[in-house]
Design a protein around this ligand. Structure first.
Ligand code: CP
Length: 325
């Protein structure tokens, strides 16, 4: 167990070693048990987390704010448009100043080409830990919750379990690529074979895929890429199918929508789920475009674990905050 995490940032999925992620899992399971038993666990009494949002949220905001209260502290919600950031406060100012007011800072900034850079600049200037609530490249807390959920459903030894990280059609908006990127980076470290599926116009960042392949080689797991959704689902233990934008192909939303609309048949339905193992689970970080990305029959069906996933955001985030702040 590697427990020396005090003062550390979590911005990219590989910032914590595998052993450190295992520690996060141990603490998260303990905190989940404590909450179920009603045992108080005020590890962060009198501490305050700044939660700075440049993008909307249901789960991330709710779980960080509730998590800080349950740990005996407070989460201060700050919507970026209500600050002086647009009037000149730079990332350096935010890091320097909020780092002096708060005991930790969590930031969501998903703008393509900007978000990760901004969070790193704040972290460089901040004297307290900076946590990434999702950027253009990574969504590390979602991925930790996903890992915890897979461990709950499939056991802590995930060697040779096959996870499909698949693109799916959505009509609402061009979603960030951070969730699939985080998944392909983290899951090989826990022994999972990864199948990455997407239409050819929807690749992930080549440097992230190369890093994921490197992790896969290091941990002796398989890593496949396919452009056929049916083929990907074959014999899978975990189906993680969600939409993302064609950001590496175009950043023009009109052209992006045109490309997206070419693949309306990339939906998770009961026929596709039947191609996977009988006891396969269906995962999605939410929000989902119901009956477009995934049928309601699958999302509300017995194989879906989407609400456990959403719940586990709370427990993993509390674990990381308690260990780092
Ligand atoms: N999965 C997730 O990050 O949800 P929100 O966008 O609602 O925070």
């Amino acid at each position: 167990m590697q427990t020396f995490l005090r003062g550390r940032d979590l911005i990219g999925d590989l910032d914590f070693s595998k052993e450190e992620v295992e520690t996060v899992m141990d603490v998260a399971f303990d905190l989940k048990r404590k909450r179920a038993l009603g045992e108080p666990h005020p590890y962060l009494r009198d501490k305050v987390l700044a939660m700075l949002f440049f993008f909307s949220s249901t789960r991330t905001r709710g779980s960080f704010e509730a998590g800080m209260a349950q740990l005996g502290g407070h989460g201060a919600f700050i919507e970026s448009n209500t600050t002086q950031i647009k009037h000149g406060d730079t990332a350096k100012e935010i890091g320097e100043i909020y780092g002096r007011y708060f005991d930790g800072m969590a930031i969501r900034h998903c703008d393509w080409g900007l978000g990760n850079k901004y969070i790193n600049e704040v972290a460089q200037a901040s004297r307290t830990p900076v946590l990434n609530m999702q950027c253009d490249i990574y969504h590390p807390f979602q991925c930790l919750a996903d890992l915890m959920t897979i461990m709950e459903k499939k056991g802590r030894d995930l060697r040779k379990k096959r996870i499909v990280v698949s693109w799916a059609y959505a009509a609402s908006y061009l979603k960030p690529i951070s969730v699939p990127q985080s998944l392909i980076l983290q899951m090989p470290r826990f022994g999972m074979d990864v199948v990455l599926a997407y239409p050819k116009e929807f690749p992930l960042m080549p440097e992230i895929v190369a890093q994921a392949q490197e992790q896969s080689k290091m941990f002796g797991t398989d890593f496949e890429i396919t452009h056929d959704m049916d083929e990907a689902f074959d014999d899978a233990d975990v189906i993680y199918a969600k939409s993302w934008g064609p950001l590496l192909t175009t950043t023009d939303p009109v052209e992006g929508k045109r490309l997206q609309d070419m693949y309306k048949d990339w939906i998770t339905d009961s026929r596709r789920m039947s191609l996977a193992k009988k006891n396969a689970i269906y995962m999605h970080p939410l929000p989902a475009d119901r009956d477009i990305e995934v049928t309601s029959e699958v999302m509300d069906g017995p194989q879906s674990v989407v609400y456990d996933q959403a719940e586990n955001r709370l427990h993993v985030q509390k674990a990381v905050m308690a260990l780092t702040m």
